[in-house]
Design a protein around this ligand. Structure first.
Ligand code: SAM
Length: 287
């Protein structure tokens, strides 16, 4: 069946595989200073946000990504008052963080204001947290912004695009070192670290670099399934010198758990750090 482009959106990944969704309407299409931004209405995945031709957000499955970027760390850390999110212009991670009443301030550093503008208009529930009074939005390169801080944040979340264009700066060792300097000693940083299926080299090199900066026992990858991302299986890496999410007791995780989540739970927390053999092999080969 050939896919008619006037009815299907297709993300061709590295020219080798593709993921397509049939759409009913294109709602937005604009070229910012950084990337092309498109929004489609689709029957199978609800509204979808496309940046630079890549799936970023869908109403169907982004709750998995946003809950898994945010809540393992929010549950494992003893106290989170000051948060920095780098990237994340769709507001989904912000919306998850502000569900925690103890958070006093959250800075979102998103390089492209047009992404925020489009997501406020077309993804009101995913981006709802952007209106929380604790949130400050900065439009800047996250690598430059975070270099200004020292011992400042309890939690830093890096919700970046792939390592291309402006996203490349968020995969450099110098950026990881800035993140580490900006964290309080009791804090943690979580990075989206790509697909262990289709981006094996990027995944293993990123985790190796994080281990180099944060320490080999303190950069811990974990996984979740996100159908709209290349390969479906996605990774995050939790980095902290003082907090181990794997050793966190179930009852302390339960105490810090916010209600009405749709993917993350204490059981998911305890399972997601268990890496399949092929992923462990990827990391062993990169050691
Ligand atoms: N969940 C998505 C993923 O895993 O690919 C990421 C979503 S979020 C929309 C990614 C955001 O990172 C984009 O809005 C992009 O503009 C932003 N971004 C890319 N490079 C950046 C940089 N150097 N500093 C700040 N934001 C950046």
């Amino acid at each position: 069946m050939s896919l008619n482009q006037s009815e299907w959106f297709t993300e061709a990944f590295q020219g080798k595989t593709a993921f397509s969704v049939r759409y009913s309407r294109k709602l937005y299409d604009s070229l910012s200073d950084f990337q092309r931004i498109e929004v489609f209405d689709t029957e199978p995945m609800g509204r979808i946000l496309i940046l630079g031709g890549c799936f970023m957000v869908t109403e169907k499955d982004s709750f998995v990504y946003h809950e898994m970027l945010v809540h393992p760390a929010m549950s494992a850390l003893k106290e989170v008052r000051k948060v920095l999110i780098i990237g994340g212009g769709d507001g989904g991670a912000v919306t998850e963080v502000v569900k925690h009443p103890e958070v006093e301030s959250l800075v979102l550093c998103e390089i492209d204001p047009l992404v925020i503008h489009a997501c406020k208009d077309y993804f009101p529930s995913i981006s709802a947290g952007l209106n929380d009074p604790r949130v400050t939005i900065v439009n800047d390169d996250g690598a430059a912004f975070v270099a200004n801080f020292n011992n400042e944040f309890d939690l830093i979340l890096v919700d970046s695009t792939d390592p291309v264009g402006p996203g490349q700066a968020l995969f450099e060792i110098s950026f990881y070192e800035s993140i580490k300097r900006s964290l309080r000693h009791s804090g943690a940083a979580v990075f989206q670290t790509e697909s262990p299926f289709f981006m094996e080299d990027v995944f293993s090199e990123t985790v190796m670099n994080l281990k180099r900066v944060f320490g080999s026992q303190t950069a811990l990858p974990y996984l979740a399934t996100i159908p709209s991302y290349p390969g479906g299986l996605w990774s995050f890496t939790f980095c902290s010198e003082t907090c181990s999410p794997i050793l966190a007791a179930p009852d302390s995780l339960q105490k810090r758990l916010v209600q009405n989540l749709k993917y993350y739970s204490v059981d998911v927390h305890r399972g997601c750090f268990a890496l399949p053999v092929f992923v462990q092999q990827l990391l062993k080969n990169s050691d």
